[in-house]
Ligand binder design. Structure first.
Ligand SMILES: Cc1ncc(COP(=O)(O)O)c(C=O)c1O
Length: 401
């Protein structure tokens, strides 16, 4: 069955990669970019770059307007409404580090931070470091064989000592949507703060942070077909008010003397220094592009392609999928074959997949694996890409076995 992508031509890099005989199947690491974004960056840089929120001149006013328009577009994308500010960071990682520093004063020694066993290092290490600094306990929720956080275990482990719950929406290794509404509600019932790592989840479908009921939601633009170097931190007003300023410098200040200063509230108070202006404007253009797509067609395409990927892996002998991936990606190992050898041969054949621990070392250790191969899909992929991958996989396995 042929699964074509009606959006493939919108991403010029896909054709460029094809000319280099490359098949790009690593969109969970970062995505290729739509022409609409490339045009927006070219327009900004060709028509007058300017710093935002400080200059009176016309280029400054234009840049500030475009920058703030992007903030509104992100708010709409997440359906944040008036529930809380959108802060631009440099990525999901920097947003999570901002939280782990900014919330430090909220914790008392002995409090608990709860995460899950499948978190990306970005949603583990900042909390681990905070726990070490403040004498907190880091509690790890176990996951089931299908890659979901175990709700029964969560009911045992989340309790009155839980001060914060931080979970990813969609695992970058196991591709499973977490039962977040239940887990977040459980944490809220103990007045714990809730953080959602939307780095992978934000890419699939429109989101509603108000319906989700989280205090904070973070993502990186580059995984959502936008520019790199830009991240988003959304937070409910009440949660943001607990966050201490964490980086200090230009534009975040209300008033400064040599010995004292007063700082702006969010969002600007949490965007010290010159932000990634072009990137933020580019993210706005990317969201315009994505908002113009038929969301049902996008979801149907993603589902069909993912089913094709799973089927192709499942019919091949000796391939073991990790968990039960629901969309976007699949990670696997092959009996008696080292993932690095397989990755090497796939690379030689122009197949761009990811191999290794996927920045989730504790999860890999728990699964007893040194690493795995991950195939991840984007809007632009089609079934021909997967057929080329399967062909290369068969040839590689023939050589390795
Ligand atoms: C689930 C998850 N969280 C966080 C991150 C960190 O994103 P970034 O490196 O863009 O900050 C990633 C990146 O792969 C991810 O997959």
């Amino acid at each position: 069955m042929l699964i074509a992508s009606p959006w493939r031509a919108d991403f010029p890099a896909i054709a460029a990669l094809q000319r280099q005989d490359q098949v790009y199947l690593d969109s969970a690491a970062t995505t290729q970019k739509p022409q609409a974004l490339i045009d927006a960056l070219a327009h900004y840089y060709s028509n007058g770059a300017a710093n935002v929120h400080r200059a009176q001149h016309l280029p400054g006013a234009h840049a500030t307007q475009a920058f703030e328009d992007s903030r509104s577009k992100v708010g709409q994308w997440l359906n944040a409404g008036n529930s809380g500010p959108i802060v631009f960071t440099h990525g999901a990682t920097s947003a999570l580090n901002l939280l782990a520093y900014g919330l430090e004063a909220v914790f008392q020694p002995g409090d608990e931070i709860v995460i899950s066993a499948l978190e990306h290092h970005a949603n583990l290490l900042p909390w681990q470091q905070l726990a070490q600094r403040r004498g907190l306990r880091l509690v790890v929720l176990p996951i089931s064989a299908s890659g979901l956080v175990d709700l029964d275990a969560a009911r045992q482990l989340i309790g009155p000592r839980t001060r914060l719950l931080a979970l990813s929406q969609l695992s970058n290794v196991l591709g499973a949507w977490q039962p977040l509404p239940d887990l977040l509600a459980l944490a809220r019932s103990f007045n714990a703060l809730t953080v959602v790592d939307g780095a992978q989840g934000v890419v699939h479908g429109r989101h509603d942070v108000q319906a989700l009921g989280c205090d904070f939601y973070v993502f990186s633009s580059h995984k959502l077909y936008g520019p790199d170097g830009v991240g988003v931190l959304y937070g409910r007003h009440a949660a943001f008010s607990q966050l201490r300023h964490w980086q200090f410098g230009g534009e975040m200040v209300l008033d400064a003397d040599y010995q004292q200063a007063r700082f702006r509230p969010a969002p600007l108070g949490f965007e010290a220094g010159t932000p990634p202006i072009a990137g933020v404007i580019g993210l706005g253009a990317t969201l315009d592009y994505l908002a113009g797509l038929d969301q049902l067609a996008v979801s149907a395409h993603e589902a069909a392609l993912h089913a094709h990927l799973l089927q192709g892996l499942q019919v091949r002998k000796g391939i073991r999928l990790l968990g039960e991936p629901q969309l976007a990606l699949a990670s696997f190992i092959v009996d008696d074959v080292h993932n690095a050898d397989l990755a090497h041969l796939l690379t030689e054949q122009g197949i761009a997949v990811r191999a290794g621990h996927h920045c989730a070392m504790p999860l890999m250790k728990q699964l007893g694996l040194a690493g795995a191969i991950r195939v991840s899909l984007g809007l632009y992929n089609d079934s021909d890409d997967l057929e080329r991958f399967f062909e290369a996989l068969d040839q590689a396995l023939e050589l390795l076995r």
